[in-house]
Design a protein around this ligand. Sequence first.
Ligand SMILES: *Cc1c(COP(=O)(O)O)cnc(C)c1O
Length: 348
Amino acid sequence: MAFRGVLSLHKQYLPVTDKTPMLSLGEGDTPLVRANALSQETGCEIYLKLEGCNPTGSFKDRGMVVAVAKAAESGARAVVCASTGNTSASAAAYAARAGLVCAVLIPAGQIARGKLAQAYVYGAKILAIDGNFDKALELTRELGEAGNFAIVNSINPDRLEGQKTAAFEIADDLGRAPEILALPVGNAGNITAYWKGFNEYARVKATALPRMWGFQAEGAAPLVIGKPVADPHTVATAIKIGNPASWNGAVRARDESGGEISAVSDAEIRAAYAYLAAREGVFCEPASAASVAGILKKLRDGKLKRGQTIVCILTGTGLKDVDFALSAGFTVETLPAEADALMNVLQD
Ligand SMILES: *Cc1c(COP(=O)(O)O)cnc(C)c1O
């Protein structure tokens, strides 16, 4: 039974037919939380869309539930995807739910362990390749063309249909679209989907459109430099992509909205990640922090007009990548089990 979830909540705007199984793990309808510290610091009204609150901990669930339901509807027995981690966790969960086989292709050694653990426990067939994400996606297309697997990467239009629903929720919560939507950009499906969502919403409710601000990591910024990056690198593994599949969609979102796609450094991503946790109480994964890193950079560069309403998309939860969280050299000293010893430390 599905009382909520993306397919039920947004049915009329999705490719749902009488035959579509109403698959749900309760995805979507995520919190939009005001960022108090960030708003004060910038003089803007800043909100965080907590996509890490989805069932597998990232926004990928919104699109995956549609893609897997449509695959099941079409009679597919198995799904396949290439993944920097979150797509595989999400595909594995929804395939398990729908009773389908799931195969995931991942770049060996480049996946956050929380994501790998999810794919493993959900029972996916994990194929780690000696190559990067872009190569894994190429191979996935080949497996899809061979005909036995339904591809559930964001090159599958059902994924983008599901993901656009986040735009509806934001506009519903605010009563209008924000002036700026800031989000990390990797394979560029999400920026494409949000732009579609805001446009559909505007047609129905006659609201204004946001400007789309996409942020890539400096070492993986093909859309910023205008050509593919052969060997992308960044600590933000979810956006470590050199040749985005939805390149044209991202460029259209940027240009039609009067927005921009720019780059933030790994150091800026780390700083925003720490800021969000320590100042806003929100633990997101490194890639997600790119949106806030971008806003803070604009502020430093004097390019952030005060008084604007900005929504930053926090794409995934920090629990996905605990190794990154602890990599800054975190250690805990074991103390004598005595109140005095504890007081001494607390007084430091
Ligand atoms: C997939 C993902 C992104 C990038 O989204 P694209 O649609 O590939 O641009 C960003 N952050 C997280 C946490 C992701 O899982």
